[in-house]
Design a protein around this ligand. Structure first.
Ligand code: ADP
Ligand code: MG
Length: 344
């Protein structure tokens, strides 16, 4: 299970303003195969609890619509019938599938919801992975370009046999954004909503940013770095979330659409951006393309920042998170030359 491993910490415990009934409320519920966590600042506990209820109810609604585990969900209907005919779905689901292809485009195919055509052959809790022969058979069906999306009728049609999709790589980010929208519409000004590795923060914490910790890939108690965050989103993907090890190989839940194997170019990837749909859509990329290539993509998009932990344990940051580099100084005559060490 994708545990809610983000440690949300207050920068400084500030004194509460003098409103006796105002307080932080929080709740965790198991939804979408993961832990959904909501925390909000409320002047009235009954209203605050109703606000949390509304977010949880919407998460359940999204799960009913989009889960590939639920045979009656519209998404399962697509997987069952879109090989034979166009399958009509709600605009909301159609739009998220269409948006997924946008992330496929900007990640050069690293993010691809048709990965599921081979991804369904893995079962992490039961330590099951496909054979090379099974992968070879299933892999030609992985290609988002073979989904025909009809905007006018909200239909999805697969144009290659054996195709499947799953929204496990973007649905939680989307649900988190919906949760924040619901809270805003109900007048909430300070909140955190998390589902699995996807978090969005509304407002700040008593006038200061939240401090969000990125955990060490091999030790949930160890913090790699902390990032101050307000009014924005963050997703962390890790090879330690759903996995098993066999003969020295880690089989985990992020799949390279080009090979059908678990993608291992980084150990963890954290993406920052205004919305959780954006951060979720991008947090798988570095596993497939590698940290350097992904940093090139992230650094071209001003709304995004990223932190990657490489297999060697190095922590790499996007340009927006780097301290400004010191002004170049004229070399001191006679001083030894050489590479300066990267502080990261
Ligand atoms: P979490 O579920 O904790 O938010 P991630 O955001 O890292 O975790 O998403 C991992 C999920 O993404 C996998 O369980 C799977 O459903 C889906 N997935 C795996 N590989 C890909 C891929 N290459 N493209 C799109 N989705 C993927
Ligand atoms: Mg996610």
């Amino acid at each position: 299970m994708s545990a809610c491993q983000l440690l949300l910490e207050v920068l400084l415990a500030a004194a509460l303003p003098g409103v006796a009934s105002a307080d932080w409320l929080e709740r965790t519920e198991p939804i979408m195969g993961t832990r959904v966590y909501v925390q909000l600042w409320s002047q009235d506990a009954a209203k605050g609890n109703a606000d949390i209820d509304a977010v949880m109810a919407d998460m359940r609604r999204i799960d009913e619509l989009m889960s590939h585990y639920k045979p009656h969900s519209q998404l399962s209907q697509i997987n069952e019938r879109a090989n034979q005919e166009p399958v009509q779905v709600d605009k909301e689901l159609f739009d998220l599938i269409k948006l997924s292809t946008h992330y496929s485009e900007i990640t050069e195919g690293a993010f691809d919801i048709t990965y599921a055509s081979v991804g369904y052959l893995y079962n992490y809790p039961n330590h099951v992975h496909p054979t090379e022969a099974q992968i070879k058979d299933a892999l030609p069906a992985v290609n988002y370009r073979n989904m025909r999306l009809d905007e006018a009728h909200h239909t999805v049609r697969f144009e290659h046999p054996g195709m499947r999709i799953d929204l496990g790589g973007i649905g939680k980010g989307y649900a988190v954004d919906r949760g924040i929208d619901i809270l805003k519409a109900r007048g909430v000004e300070h909140a955190v909503v998390t589902a699995g590795g996807d978090t969005r923060i509304l407002g700040d914490h008593m006038g200061r940013p939240w401090l969000v910790a990125i955990r060490h890939p091999d030790n949930a108690q160890k913090v790699v770095t902390r990032i101050p965050l307000s009014d924005s989103a963050m997703s962390t993907s890790g090879d330690y979330e759903r996995y098993f090890d066999e003969d020295g190989v880690r089989y985990h839940h992020i799949i390279d659409p080009r090979t059908g194997h678990s993608a291992s170019k980084v150990r963890s990837a954290t993406i920052l951006a205004p919305t959780a749909t954006q951060t979720d859509g991008m947090s798988k990329t570095a596993f497939v393309l590698g940290a350097e290539k992904t940093l090139e993509i992230i650094n071209r998009m001003p709304e995004y920042d990223a932190v990657f932990v490489t297999p060697e344990g190095h922590v790499l940051y996007s340009d927006g998170l780097r301290p400004p580099s010191p002004r170049p100084q004229a070399p001191t005559p006679g001083a030894p030359t050489g590479k300066t060490r990267d502080s990261h």
